[in-house]
Write a protein that binds this ligand. Structure first.
Ligand code: ATR
Length: 280
């Protein structure tokens, strides 16, 4: 008897703008797999019962996105190290009937830089703008790669302090007014705030103080080239776009359910760029 196709999902609320079905659908086709990956809109109130019914619905697992990542963390019976450290889950799977959770965002962040700027992690001092869920994933990735100093800078400094307490060690917390002072000793700058995203305010900081060897990375991918990245390019600094993090976090999730490690190719990237409306 042929094995049943593997079913996976992405759930969020709303979910219709998610590019994940396109990414996973591309890989399923590429690898000639019979599986499926579908978007499901689940309101927060229905999320716990959705999780309880995964087996009945025939799912091997799935992705969770806003606003369910913290709830998924609370409901998972087993967590991997990344999910524990980050305090949020974006990938779920069933193992012997138990709900397991991981967070592949940190992996996605680092793998994107590995692909775009090999050797990026020889940098020692990073500045992370923002203190939300995305910042937690990035800080975890930077600690994993052994950064000596990870400076967390946030408009609301108390939230940066919360992250510093959570991650300890190499982290420090700072207010927005300290950016200029910290830039000259920063090797890697990462924006994890929503600033610069289409429809949001611009991230308005001067990069003049960054050293010439600095790398600038943005997790915002609409537009593909944010003002921050354009400013960095104008200064001839090396940059890494946010779309790559989205593509690479999907690699680890896909491998979890479908047991094939897919590749982030230019063709895949172009498909997503096309779907984003050629966002510049
Ligand atoms: P996520 O979980 O996706 O990272 P979040 O928890 O809403 O999202 O965090 C958004 C981040 O963008 C926060 O660091 C937020 O700063 P505050 O903690 O001070 O709110 C930051 N952010 C959003 N709008 C901003 C703005 N206009 N200026 C500076 N930072 C902003």
């Amino acid at each position: 008897m042929a094995e049943a196709p593997i079913k996976a999902f992405v759930c969020g609320h709303p979910i219709k703008h998610s590019r994940s079905p396109l990414i996973h659908g591309y890989w399923l086709e590429k690898h000639g797999l019979q599986g499926s990956y579908e978007a499901v809109d689940i309101a927060p109130v229905d999320f716990p019962s959705f999780l309880r019914s995964l087996e009945e619905l025939g799912y091997a697992g799935g992705n969770v996105t806003l606003p369910h990542k913290e709830a998924a963390f609370r409901h998972a019976e087993k967590l991997d190290g990344a999910a524990e450290r980050i305090g949020a889950v974006n990938t779920l799977w069933l193992e012997g009937g138990h709900l397991c959770g991981s967070n592949t965002d940190a992996y996605g962040f680092a793998a994107n830089l590995d692909q775009q700027l090999p050797g990026w992690d020889s940098a020692r001092t990073a500045m992370v703008l923002g203190a939300g869920g995305a910042a937690r994933a990035v800080v975890h990735a930077l600690q994993e790669r052994g950064f000596d100093e990870v400076r967390i800078v946030n408009r609301t400094q108390a939230r940066a302090r919360d992250l510093q307490m959570r991650f300890g060690g190499s982290t420090s917390s700072h207010g927005w007014d300290e950016i200029e002072k910290l830039l000259p000793s920063t090797d890697l700058l990462v924006n994890t705030t929503s600033l610069g995203m289409a429809g949001s305010a611009l991230l308005d900081i001067s990069l003049d103080g960054l050293p010439d060897h600095a790398i600038v990375s943005d997790i915002v991918y609409v537009p593909l080239k944010t003002r921050l990245l354009k400013d960095a390019e104008a200064r001839n600094l090396r940059t890494a776009e946010g779309l790559g993090m989205l593509l690479h976090q999907a690699v680890a999730a896909f491998e979890r359910w479908f047991e094939v490690k897919p590749e982030v190719t230019d063709e895949l990237r172009q498909r997503i760029v096309h779907d984003l409306g050629g966002a510049k």
